[in-house]
Design a binder for this molecule. Structure first.
Ligand SMILES: [Zn+2]
Length: 229
């Protein structure tokens, strides 16, 4: 999982570990696998001048990362392979993901759901109050301009248990683990456990447009947003 430490890694070399139906498991990978509302990466694998299109990246039941191929022929376990992610799509997902953390920092409600995509992203909040679109748009763009640094911290499950306010997602509690948990820190304004890919500073997000704020039930406000290309 090379993307955990370095979300800017676009190309890498590795070996084929296993082939499962239409998917390839690599010894290591920079392809982000679908999770936490962020889509899996697309891109290509190259060996001996031959290209294999990767149309999705997902986890299997054992938490292996599956590179889902358009078609595979003539590929053997142990072969050296070059991976290249579609950077245009991934980078947009990174900017969107960091933008959603900023949105979260501005609204003091529990998050009940969320989804990132290339065109737009959204978060659902457990809120009964009206959310003012213009006000949020001004505030979030100010946070972008202030250029807050985005960095990681690592804590244990026990440490996280003591700080319940760090977990903002009501519906999807992060899975319990013996491993260290990564926190994504945005300056002094937001800190939360997250395994997604992020940019290095908020300026990289560029201008954020707050879209429709929808009423999805008594206690559920959906805030849509997009970022410029
Ligand atoms: Zn996140």
């Amino acid at each position: 999982m090379l993307f955990i430490e370095n979300s800017y890694l676009k190309e890498f070399e590795t070996k084929v570990q296993k082939i499962e139906n239409d998917s390839i498991i690599l010894e290591q990978t920079a392809f982000y696998a679908k999770s936490g509302g962020q889509p899996g990466d697309v891109g290509k694998l190259t060996l001996n001048g031959k290209e294999i299109n990767i149309i999705d990246t997902v986890y299997d039941h054992e938490k292996n990362i599956l590179h889902v191929c358009e078609s595979i022929d003539d590929l053997k376990t142990g072969e050296r392979i070059k991976g290249e992610i579609n950077w245009e799509i991934r980078y947009k997902h990174m900017r969107m993901h960091s933008a959603l953390h900023l949105l979260c920092s501005l609204l003091p409600y529990d998050v009940t759901g969320g989804q990132i995509s290339f065109e737009k992203s959204r978060l659902d909040f457990n809120a009964k109050d009206k959310i003012e679109k213009e006000q949020i748009e001004d505030k979030i763009n100010q946070l972008v301009k202030d250029d807050h640094k985005i960095s990681f911290e690592w804590i244990t499950q026990e440490e996280l248990d003591k700080q319940t306010d760090l977990v903002r997602t009501m519906s999807v509690k992060p899975p319990r683990t013996k491993d260290k948990i990564r926190l994504v820190k945005i300056g002094n304004i937001d800190l939360q456990p997250c395994g997604g890919t992020h940019i290095k500073s908020t300026k990289e997000i560029g201008e954020i447009k707050i879209g429709k704020i929808e009423n999805k039930g008594k206690m559920n406000r959906r805030v849509n947003l997009s970022v410029n290309d």
